[in-house]
Design a protein around this ligand. Sequence first.
Ligand code: HEM
Ligand code: HEM
Length: 194
Amino acid sequence: MLRNTRTGYGAIAIAFHWTMAALVFVLFALGLVMTGLPQTDPFTFALYQLHKSLGMTFLALAVGRLAWRAVNPSPRLPATMPRLERLAAHLGHAGLYALMLAIPLSGWLMVSASPWGIPTIVFNVLPVPHLPVPEVLGGKAEAEATLKTVHELLGWFMLALVALHVAAALKHHFITRDAVLTRMTSLKPARQTT
Ligand code: HEM
Ligand code: HEM
């Protein structure tokens, strides 16, 4: 089943979720590794290009995922969940979506601001134009430095939110013992209609 139902996620939402979850961890690890390596090494340069290609792919997936979500609403949360927990879940998901756009956009802006002007060519195939950098961020070097800090801070913020998100998923599975985790891992509950 491709579409979500009222009680379960469909194959497309599940594929988006797990592909992007895996990509976040790869991008985060790559970001930390490449910034810690000698900056003049060609291998480091290749890792930066890979990070930018995967990051732009992630941004495209985030846009596609939000479009799919707009035409295919998510299943309802279990009616047994307290109101405050439902609110926390909705806010947490909204925060994750916002970061899924803001982090790659800050990276794209950062490379656009860089005085080095290194082009971004996704997997050496698709050239991505540089974005206009808002003047409030100052000159090129200053804007690049600010955006680096923003990119890094947002990255850590997302990691913290993902940790809470995973903790909530595990709580649902092992403590509340509802179907919230399994409906993101299997298509079975999606066949129910109520
Ligand atoms: C979800 C997507 C992304 C995640 C989670 C992510 C994460 C990270 C992390 C954790 C770092 C290391 C920060 C540090 O310690 O300084 C980093 C650095 C970097 N990222 Fe990303 N990134 C993403 C997307 C992008 C995109 C789309 C671009 C550009 C097109 C980009 C360009 C860069 C660059 C140039 C650096 C090096 C900054 C420096 O030299 O300090 N990132 N990223
Ligand atoms: C490995 C760790 C992860 C686990 C166990 C997990 C688990 C889940 C589960 C069970 C749901 C369904 C919640 C519901 O039914 O309402 C969900 C939804 C969601 N997850 Fe994750 N997740 C993980 C990683 C991530 C990551 C890394 C991100 C983002 C970067 C993310 C973003 C989201 C979003 C935005 C939703 C809401 C989907 C929607 O209804 O629109 N997840 N996750």
